[in-house]
Design a protein around this ligand. Sequence first.
Ligand SMILES: [Zn+2]
Ligand SMILES: [Zn+2]
Length: 344
Amino acid sequence: MKAMVLRRLCNLEEDTSPLEMANLPEPEPKTAELLVRVSVCGVCHTELDEIEGRTPPPNFPIVLGHQIVGRIEKTGTKVERFAVGDRVGIAWIHWACGQCLFCLRGDENLCDQFQATGRDVHGGYAEYAVVSERFAYKIPGVFVDAQAAPLLCAGAIGYRSLRLTGIENGQNLGLIGFGASAHLVLKMVRHKYPDTRVFVFARSDQEKIFAKELGAAWAGEIEAESPAKLQGSIDTTPAWQPVVEALKNLDKGGRLIINAIRKEDRDKSAWLQINYSRDLWLEKEIKSVANVTRRDVEEFLALAAEIPIKPEIQEYKLEEANQALIELKQRKIRGAKVLRITAQ
Ligand SMILES: [Zn+2]
Ligand SMILES: [Zn+2]
């Protein structure tokens, strides 16, 4: 099968073609697995982190990509939930043990044996992918394949972040950074918590205007003083300064969720500006969000279908994966980037 593979870590400033086209053997599904013919695979910031080594794949070559939509071509002998021809999605959580303390309490995202799609096992930048039927999802009929793909990552992790803030309808929410995940969170909040006011902190004017169009109560600079105290906030930036700024705007007992797989070291010294009495005292909390659980993906897909949330899409061919990644790195963003692998 055709696949775009990563053979080694590299620096995208120097190497603008990190992936190369290869011909890999078509995978064979094990007893409880599905062989999925990939229709589309979303392109995510996490791929940049994998390529540049912030969350490195353990083995090479590796096929990246964890927002996969396709159709089942073959099933293992013990598959019960799905049949050949069904449309399914595959997300970042590829497998967890199901037996450890974390898995048993529903935190399978924290399982020591957690395997990520497109990092620990081959992902969706290829014609085929395999997944255990336990970790595949039915895609609601309202979505075409390309619309569903970005929901499987940015949407599901955004949903988890929102869940972890613990906010209730009517409480104020801050969004620091306004990329793919944050704009989906804003749409979810408008539907799920109609009386909640959302305050967006972003660098670019374009993002601020977009936030207001989508119903944000206010949009301003990352460093700005929030016009109202925030009971919950979600930071999706790669930097440290925004975290310090966000803490200052939290209400007493408020919680900041950091939704970033890794933070860059460039402005780490910003931490030194933390003022304990202003930024942390009075029971403010900071919590990160790691990975997603099946519950997040399933609940989010149902919510997205109900609202409905239909992301703007920019399609590339599989062969153009490097171009899509570099444009993502350079923040040339016109909707969620999706690789089109087979015609729908
Ligand atoms: Zn992702
Ligand atoms: Zn486990």
